[in-house]
Design a protein around this ligand. Structure first.
Ligand SMILES: CC(C)(COP(=O)(O)OP(=O)(O)OC[C@H]1O[C@@H](n2cnc3c(N)ncnc32)[C@H](O)[C@@H]1OP(=O)(O)O)[C@@H](O)C(=O)NCCC(=O)NCCS
Length: 141
């Protein structure tokens, strides 16, 4: 499921004339938080774990990045998301993989203690269907 698109600006560029990796991690973490909120009625989420973060190819200023998510685990107080980031080139309509990673988000109460996730089943279904369709397209390509 496509969650958001962003533009990479000159000000985001690091020493190698490419997007700083920490900037990408921050953007992905925010997308994971937004996704958790979209999928539930909980007010707060904390990131408890990030794993298998891989930078596949560098991103340059002026490029548009797209954030796709798949829900890989629906726990009691946590959800696990697979995030895929791609650069989208509108002129050629081409995409390339740039970063991927797994994020575990925990729903927490006001005291920042874990609380049960109040799922929005309709949103989860939409996300799952979009993820399956995307995986199907990737296998056929
Ligand atoms: C998130 C936090 C409240 C969880 O507390 P906790 O004592 O580990 O809570 P629990 O053991 O009850 O686990 C809560 C959920 O997190 C999951 N979890 C905890 N540690 C995990 C880990 N290392 N990997 C994967 N999942 C984990 C548990 O499986 C559980 O999910 P479930 O209910 O769906 O099965 C606590 O670890 C915390 O505050 N961490 C800091 C978070 C933070 O500040 N993030 C911002 C980064 S600076």
């Amino acid at each position: 499921m496509l969650i958001s698109r962003e533009m990479v600006l000159d000000q985001d560029i690091g020493l190698n004339a490419t997007l700083f990796g920490g900037d990408m991690m921050s953007r992905m973490d925010k997308v994971a938080g937004i996704t958790a909120s979209l999928m539930s009625r909980n007010r707060r989420f904390l990131t408890v774990k990030v794993s298998e973060l891989v930078f596949h190819s560098p991103v340059r200023a002026g490029e548009i990045i797209e954030f796709y998510i798949g829900i890989t685990r629906q726990g009691r107080t946590s959800l696990t998301l697979q995030l895929e980031v791609q650069v989208y080139e509108p002129v050629s309509d081409q995409r390339r993989d740039v970063t991927s990673g797994e994020f575990v988000m925990v729903a927490v109460d006001e005291a920042l203690q874990p609380e049960p996730i109040l799922w929005k089943p309709e949103m989860v279904q939409v996300a799952e269907a979009a993820h399956r369709a995307r995986e199907g397209r990737a296998k056929r390509a």
